[in-house]
Design a protein around this ligand. Sequence first.
Ligand SMILES: O=c1ccn([C@@H]2O[C@H](COP(=O)(O)O)[C@@H](O)[C@H]2O)c(=O)[nH]1
Length: 308
Amino acid sequence: MINQLVANIKKTGAPIVVGLDPMLNYIPEQVQQKAFAEYGETLEGAAEAIWQFNKEIVDKTYDLIPAVKPQIAMYEQFGLPGLAAFKKTVDYCKEKGLVVIGDIKRGDIGSTSAAYAVGHIGKVKVGSKTYAPFDEDFVTVNPYLGSDGVNPFLDVCKEEKKGIFVLVKTSNPSSGEFQDQKIDGRPLYELVGEKVAAWGSEVMGDEYSYVGAVVGATYPEMGKVLRKVMPKAYILVPGYGAQGGKGKDLVHFFNEDGLGAIVNSSRGIIAAYKQEQYAKFGAENFGDASRAAVETMVADIKGALENR
Ligand SMILES: O=c1ccn([C@@H]2O[C@H](COP(=O)(O)O)[C@@H](O)[C@H]2O)c(=O)[nH]1
């Protein structure tokens, strides 16, 4: 899958991911009302609104982008119907040729991690039958429990040729509370970065490893260091747009050839129609506003890379 991700990035020329984080208050009134007319103001109604919203955004952007990142929390909050909308979204994006990164941030003791890995990127056996329950291409993994929490994901990556992005330095304001703590004079995120490089060396694709890293756009200096610590790891970079990250902050996350990083924007793309810059589209054309926001984001990042 890492080869597929790199191929999609080369084909589109867009090192970006659209984050599918559909909060109900981002979904235009007309989409919600249509879903509620069919299913009532129920969890099923919310899930239908999410699905219709996602479908329109994907239909309007899939030819410009290599990948999407559905954030499972936004679906889980609506219980089982929400999870069904997550799965429907994953399947639809794959049909459209997009690489799907499930932002699930899992990681536990080995046996539990194995179940997460099987459920999200692997296959589960039921009697004589085998199923791929969620079937994302990549998932995000929390490494806090150590190697035995990550190894089951690596096993499934090897079997299925899928991938993971390990949280190394997250984009949120208090990420330094633990991640920047020094151990033998070196910050914890750097040590985790070294582990990512080591885990990744076991599962190499053609140019990059199946094991990538999450490093927030909000910490550009750390991104520069981590790029060198993990030369073969693709870096998934959240924190662009709504959290303040800009193209010019991100140039050092990339390798010289313009590969090596993929930048996520969720609210900045899916709720673009609410921003002044794209207000001319109106809520009824929210998908077109998202498309325009994708074009702006790609131009910002590519412009920054060309001028570095
Ligand atoms: O360090 C991290 C890791 C993950 N995220 C996730 O990315 C998106 C960001 O959404 P925006 O609307 O573009 O801010 C969201 O799903 C987060 O859970 C992150 O922000 N930082």
